[in-house]
Design a protein around this ligand. Structure first.
Ligand SMILES: Cc1cc2nc3c(=O)[nH]c(=O)nc-3n(C[C@H](O)[C@H](O)[C@H](O)COP(=O)(O)OP(=O)(O)OC[C@H]3O[C@@H](n4cnc5c(N)ncnc54)[C@H](O)[C@@H]3O)c2cc1C
Length: 493
């Protein structure tokens, strides 16, 4: 093609075919916003048989959001119907299902289709699923989740346990809990929610703690019928509440990146007072006292965990685990904790992101090569050598005690602008430059020492070097960055 013809071809607007991978919160959002922007030719690939992602997979007793429900909602689909300030998991799942139905997302989803491979060839992405379905698209949005692949502990004798044992995200509802001797390994938000929900049902609850957690006390009142009726009658009030909560959590998110900020001091004081005021037994109190700063690990929010762990049938086990045996868990002091059910609340492989999908970009570069030694992405959204490929909640993005819906909405707004470039014909391929990516990463690492995440704890935020793999700048800056892609950061071909 001569230069003139190539230019004409480039300038012509073109319809785009797109693929969204995943139908959790971020995939549903993508489908809605693509539709609204007039992109009609896209498919959402979802490996499971229903929408909801996290909220479909996690069904453990006590599961709830720890961000207020009126903030953990799409900004364009607020609802007056939330039952609680922090609503339970099944309600959140039902919310995503309802929104997907109401916004006509379902017809774009291919369920039971796990994308196993994405290969960039001749300017398009060749997609293949585990069932052998193939597709060819101009651009991909990977909405594959961040806390998705369960992480199992490596403990001797795990396979020998004769009771029921499962990860918290793979709850076995056929297992009877009433009157059982229950063990829970882990002390993150999930474990804490389960302890509160189950202590009154089981005969005995043993919580195996490697690391004590700071617990932020937050009441979880029900919304009264009057309050719901008031929201129904006044949508503006609902919008106002969402905006107020967003502002409030923004202030917290701004504070978290400065360990000495007033916000972090306030959080520390509130958690400390919770511990001092609400744990009566001084020995237990010391066992529950973390040796690091509050919010260094993701903050646990609970109105009643301390009450639950002080119940007569609850035991906090701080002795290290030696091994798992047929009858229970043997700790290093030689004691056998006999159990009927053992739940592994041991978190997720937070650095897996869209893997194990095989992704091959420009010039045959694989994701494994690009992410060796660790995942990186420009502004957490895109990777050099993966043109027209965008991630939601990708590596090094904002995570913490705020709404990931808000994060995904901002990221998607940014991605839509890049998609518009492609659709307008201004370019065929868009990817961040390596220089932009490296500059971002250098600046990110330089900002880390000031954050609360490096004040002396181990957490899932930390990468293989011990550097938090998260957004270390303020949330205000994140909003600013997401307003529009910086021209110089991208290569438009
Ligand atoms: C127990 C728990 C509690 C949480 N609480 C909060 C909270 O209070 N506040 C908050 O903001 N966040 C919370 N989170 C984080 C939560 O994951 C996000 O808020 C949000 O649900 C993420 O949505 P997502 O669509 O990005 O990912 P997910 O919900 O993980 O959805 C990803 C989807 O992609 C699908 N998928 C993945 N790979 C493929 C593939 N190769 N092919 C096809 N489909 C694929 C998956 O099946 C899944 O449906 C919590 C997470 C957990 C695990």
């Amino acid at each position: 093609m001569d230069e003139r013809a190539r230019q004409d071809d480039l300038d012509a607007p073109r319809p785009l075919r797109l693929a969204v991978i995943g139908a959790g919160m971020a995939g549903i959002l993508s489908a809605i916003k693509l539709g609204e922007a007039g992109f009609t030719d896209f498919t959402v690939y979802e490996k499971a048989s229903s929408v909801g992602g996290t909220w479909r997979e996690n069904t453990y007793p006590g599961l709830s959001c720890d961000v207020p429900s009126h903030l953990y909602s799409y900004s364009f689909a607020l609802t007056p119907e939330w039952s609680h300030r922090y609503s339970p998991g099944p309600e959140i799942r039902a919310y995503f299902e309802r929104v997907a139905r109401e916004y006509d997302v379902m017809r774009s989803i291919r369920f039971g289709e796990e994308v196993t491979s994405c290969r960039f060839a001749n300017g398009r992405w060749q997609i293949e699923t585990a069932r052998g379905h193939r597709d060819e698209v101009d651009a991909v949005i990977a909405a594959t989740g961040v806390l998705h692949h369960p992480k199992l502990p490596d403990i001797d004798g795990m396979e020998s346990f004769s009771g029921a044992m499962f990860h918290s995200a793979r709850w076995d509802h056929s297992v009877a809990l009433d009157g059982a001797r229950l063990g829970i390994i882990g002390t993150g938000s999930t474990a804490v929610q389960m302890v509160s929900a189950l202590v009154h049902r089981v005969a005995r609850l043993s919580l195996f703690q490697r690391t004590a957690q700071w617990v932020m006390p937050q009441e979880n009142p029900e919304f009264t019928e009057e309050e719901k009726a008031a929201f129904r009658a006044d949508p503006a009030a609902l919008l106002g509440l969402h905006a107020d909560l967003s502002k409030m959590f923004g202030v917290f998110a701004n504070g978290i990146v400065d360990a000495e900020s007033p916000q972090m001091k306030m959080v520390q004081a509130a958690c400390l007072a919770n511990l001092e005021d609400n744990v009566r037994d001084p020995v237990l109190r010391e066992k529950l006292r973390p040796s690091y700063r509050a919010a260094c690990k993701r903050l646990v929010i609970s109105p009643d965990f301390y009450d639950a762990i002080q119940q007569p049938n609850a035991a906090l086990v701080t002795e290290g685990i030696e091994r798992i045996e047929p009858r229970g868990v043997r700790t290093r002091d030689g004691r056998l904790h006999e159990l009927d059910v053992l739940v592994l609340a041991t978190g997720f492989k937070a650095d897996a992101f869209m893997r194990p999908m095989r992704i091959t970009g420009r010039g045959g570069m694989t994701l494994e090569q690009l992410w060796n030694p660790r995942p990186e992405a420009y502004l957490s959204i895109s990777v050099p050598e993966l043109p027209n490929f965008f991630m939601l909640n990708g590596p090094n993005g904002p995570v913490g005690n705020f709404s990931l819906i808000e994060v995904a909405e901002l990221q998607l707004g940014y991605i839509m602008q890049l998609l518009e470039r492609l659709r307008s014909g201004a370019c065929r391929e868009v990817s961040p430059t390596r220089t932009a990516m490296e500059a971002f990463e250098a600046e990110r690492e330089a900002a880390i020492p000031k954050t609360v995440w490096v004040t002396g704890c181990r957490s899932w935020y930390l990468d293989d070097r011990g550097i938090p793999a998260v957004w270390p700048f303020t949330f205000d800056r994140f909003r600013d960055e997401m307003r529009a892609p910086a021209e110089t950061a991208f290569e438009f071909r």
